[in-house]
Design a protein around this ligand. Structure first.
Ligand code: PLP
Length: 385
């Protein structure tokens, strides 16, 4: 179906951060299939883990225990605020589960009237009807109505507006700690802490959409760790399976108690093959020093972009983000910059607010950064206005 305006490019092989097109051209992948390929392409440990599991059992459904699921949940719990995890297949599906949990928590707490969720301007949460309604873009909703009810929008980053918007019907707050699709917009200093305080004051739950920011992307396993607060629920997906579709909802006991047996489900979610992939991702991401590399490569990219900004005025307006979730707001249109970079052999992804996302695999090295910066320098020379 014509749902995508695809680049006329097909890859037949990947190795680390490189992709090889059918015509033999090599590309350096600083898009990671939209922040998905945490360890790059065809990572030997992932190939081995998936191959081994493929020879045993792929799928049994959640009617039975799934050892890989128990293992992955234990590791996510041990390395985050969460007490418990629900596995699914995508970011939108994880967010749907979280939305249900926010409402159901209030319902089982005797507050059935609290069923509205505060969401932010510039937010993106997925393409299902519920997550489209939680998201900001009117364009994505056009012609798909009627949309579900129960979301109230506030300006991202404005605590006063958030507090003013809380009513006796408010169940919880859903935000991205760093807005990805919106243009790599970090919450202002103190916002996430203030949001937690307001939630506690009014008996609300806090849910973070960490679908893009999670699994080491910002240099912490989850981005909330950079703040002085802890959410009740986070959704995770994109990088979690390293290229295999895996979503997860992480929650504390208090929130999770709302979803008892039979209250939520999924056929594919957390199947043995998916869990083998996600466990293999965590094997690498949780290794000592892994996050140090994310932060070191981030700094190298930032330093290089600062040099390019001085050398070619009229190209980069601003560099945003944390770790290897970086956004470069450009003077030329981001679509033109992404196309030029692709011509030069570097894959990137556009985002809102005229931003070009630099979201490489997290295990890149200085050689890859130097190669990417050379391409960005060449694009700047060609396109600077
Ligand atoms: C990509 C994304 C989603 C949607 O994930 P899908 O797997 O495409 O459903 C939701 N929230 C955020 C923040 C995302 O970046």
């Amino acid at each position: 179906m014509p749902t995508y305006a695809r680049a006329n490019l097909a890859f037949e092989k990947g190795e680390g951060p490189y992709l090889y097109a059918q015509d033999g051209r090599r590309f350096l992948d600083f898009g990671s299939g939209i922040a998905v390929n945490t360890l790059g392409h065809a990572h030997p440990h992932m190939v081995k883990a998936i191959t081994e599991q493929a020879n045993k059992v792929w799928h049994t459904s959640n009617l039975y225990r799934i050892p890989g699921q128990e293992k992955l949940a234990e590791r996510l719990v041990a390395n985050s605020f969460a007490d418990t995890v629900f596995f699914c297949n995508s970011g939108a599906e994880a967010n749907e589960a979280g939305i249900k949990m926010l409402r159901r928590y209030q319902y089982v707490s005797g507050h059935a009237e609290k069923n509205r969720i505060l969401v932010a301007s510039n937010a993106f949460h997925g393409r299902t009807l519920g997550t489209l309604t939680a998201g900001y873009s009117d364009k994505y909703r056009e012609g798909f109505g009627p949309m579900p009810d129960g979301f109230d929008r506030v300006a991202f980053g404005n605590l006063n507006e958030l507090r003013d918007a809380i009513t006796p019907q408010t169940a919880g707050i859903l935000v991205e700690p760093i807005q990805g699709e919106g243009g790599i917009c970090a919450a202002p200093e103190g916002y996430l802490e203030g949001l937690r305080k307001a939630a506690d004051e009014f008996g609300l739950l806090v849910m973070f959409d960490e679908v893009q920011t999670g699994v080491g992307r910002t240099g912490k396993l989850y981005a909330y760790e950079w703040s002085d607060m802890v959410p009740d629920i986070i959704s995770s997906a994109k990088g979690l399976g390293g290229g295999f579709p895996v979503g997860a909802l992480l929650a504390n006991e208090k929130a999770a108690a709302a979803l008892t047996a039979g209250m939520h489900g999924t056929t594919f979610g957390g199947n043995a093959l998916a869990m083998a992939a996600a466990n293999a991702v965590l094997d690498e991401v949780l290794k000592p020093g892994f996050m140090d590399n994310v932060l070191a490569m981030s700094q190298l990219i930032r330093d290089g972009l600062a040099t390019i900004t001085r050398k070619h005025p009229g190209f980069i307006v601003e560099v945003r983000g944390m770790g290897l979730l970086l956004g470069m707001k450009t003077v030329p249109t981001n679509v033109d910059v992404v196309a030029k970079l692709r011509e030069l052999g570097l894959l990137t992804v556009p985002a809102g607010d005229n931003v070009v996302r630099l979201i490489p695999p997290l295990n890149i090295t200085k050689t890859h950064v130097d190669e990417a910066l050379a391409a960005i320098d060449a694009a700047a020379a060609a396109l600077a206005q």
